[in-house]
Write a protein that binds this ligand. Structure first.
Ligand code: MG
Length: 149
């Protein structure tokens, strides 16, 4: 990542991403690498001036809408998107990427260390949802608190 000549120096490759048989991600790209690359992309276009927290939040919500639009009117969709075309699967990958990129940039502009925040949130979720209490249930944590009282 570092030392590359511009944010767009790596050509887009896979036309249909994430078709790994073992359902794992193909890259170890870090959130920090994505943050740096998006910064470079914005600076090369003098777009930093527009990337305020509020604007980024609205852009993020817009991208979630674009992702939702792909699923709209399809009914329930099975894991792995069976029967979906390569074009639709690639589109899902593009919109997921837009969401992630804006999310990371929003965290940066809010001065939130996102990887640390995620690790902290995992810890909080583990305390909030102990397996022995919630196993196999979709209740909200407030329902478990009231069960104890
Ligand atoms: Mg988009």
């Amino acid at each position: 990542m570092e030392g590359e000549a511009g944010a767009c120096s790596t050509a887009a490759t896979a036309s249909c991403p994430l078709k790994n048989q073992d359902n794992t991600f193909s890259s170890s790209l870090s959130l920090e690498q994505i943050r740096k690359r998006q910064n470079q992309f914005s600076m090369e276009r003098d777009w930093e001036q527009y990337h305020t927290p509020r604007n980024l939040l609205l852009a993020l919500v817009g991208e979630v809408g674009e992702l939702s639009e792909i699923f709209q009117w399809k009914g329930e969709v099975d894991v792995g998107l069976p029967g979906w075309s390569d074009k639709d699967r690639a589109h899902v990958g593009e919109e997921l990427s837009d969401v992630l990129i804006y999310l990371i940039e929003l965290a940066e502009k809010c001065h939130i260390d996102l990887p640390s925040a995620v690790l902290r949130k995992f810890e909080l979720n583990c305390k909030k949802y102990p397996p022995e209490k919630v196993y196999g249930s979709s209740k909200k944590y407030t329902d478990y608190i009231s069960d104890d009282n």
